[in-house]
Design a protein around this ligand. Structure first.
Ligand code: BJW
Length: 224
């Protein structure tokens, strides 16, 4: 059985990583446009670098939870061909053991060089303008996808979504495209579609089934 699981910030919430929207959200104190666009970075790179440096440090102190582990188990189950497509820039899926994984909005643990295009692994801060290990220029930014930029590996994702037998959306508000369109795409191609979310998204729903609850409860109970 071919399965695609799309994950969002909600899957990492119980690990202690803030979600973006809603009460207590990561962006409650920041306007999205202040930190998550290339224009904001051009205007005030230091604020944006600090924002991501803070998140990179925070993610290093947290661990994958039962939902990440359940998806890693699902990948290893006989007869299952699973692709996890995450919008998250943390590395909790891979730390739980998931191997078939796409980070469509990039990764905190990589930087991207605006001079040479290199994408070096990165664990430290970027605010102090360290040199790129590939070309030596001080032009590194976080390797994440901001509004107006093209998400990663879209061809691979769309191929998997169109071919899957089941599509599950876990812990995402479904407001950011193109990810927000994948459930409807999967359904149009004949897949069974599910949403697993603490607070299910509003109608009209492209989902055949909705399981409401925290990811650490609903994901293991779906997988096992
Ligand atoms: C729990 C839980 C628990 C909580 N258990 N659940 C008009 C129409 C269509 C598109 C556009 C449009 N105008 C502009 C666009 C394009 C734009 C877009 O979508 N804008 C919308 C806002 C309208 N998109 C883009 O620009 C994208 N690029 C693009 O479109 O390129 C062109 C293109 C053309 C053709 C084809 C394909 C592409 C790029 C989008 C980049 C998004 N980047 C960010 C930042 C990444 C770096 C970073 O992390 O800082 O990605 S924005 C932010 O939102 C981040 C997230 O990945 C993304 C989604 O958020 P997510 O994960 O859903 O989090 P929340 O907080 O919103 O929701 C949390 C959910 O968890 C909630 O549902 C809770 O209930 C739940 N939850 N606790 C289970 N314990």
């Amino acid at each position: 059985m071919r399965i695609v699981v799309l994950t969002g910030a909600g899957i990492s919430e119980e690990s202690g990583v803030a979600t973006f929207r809603g009460a207590g959200g990561l962006w409650e104190g920041h306007r999205v446009e202040d930190v998550a666009t290339p224009e904001a970075f051009d205007l005030d790179p230091e604020t944006v670098q600090r924002f991501y440096d803070t998140r990179r440090r925070a993610v290093a102190t947290v661990s994958p939870n039962a939902a990440h582990h359940a998806l890693a188990r699902l990948e290893r189950a006989p007869g299952i061909d699973l692709l996890v497509v995450t919008q998250n820039i943390d590395d909790l899926h891979e730390r739980a053991g998931t191997r078939q994984l796409v980070h469509m909005h990039g990764e905190l643990r990589r930087a991207r060089c605006l001079a040479c295009g290199g994408q070096p692994e990165w664990t430290g801060d970027l605010v102090d303008r360290p040199p790129c290990p590939v070309c030596g220029q001080r032009m590194l930014r976080p390797d994440v996808v901001w509004f107006g930029e093209m998400p990663y590996e879209l061809d691979r994702i769309e191929e998997a979504v169109e071919a899957c037998d089941m599509f599950a959306s876990v812990g995402t508000s479904g407001v950011v495209y193109p990810a927000a369109g994948y459930a409807a795409m999967a359904k149009a191609f004949g897949a069974r579609t599910m949403e697993l979310n603490l607070v299910p998204t509003d109608a009209p729903l492209p989902f055949d089934e909705v399981r409401e609850g925290p990811a650490t409860v609903v994901v293991p109970s779906w997988v096992d």
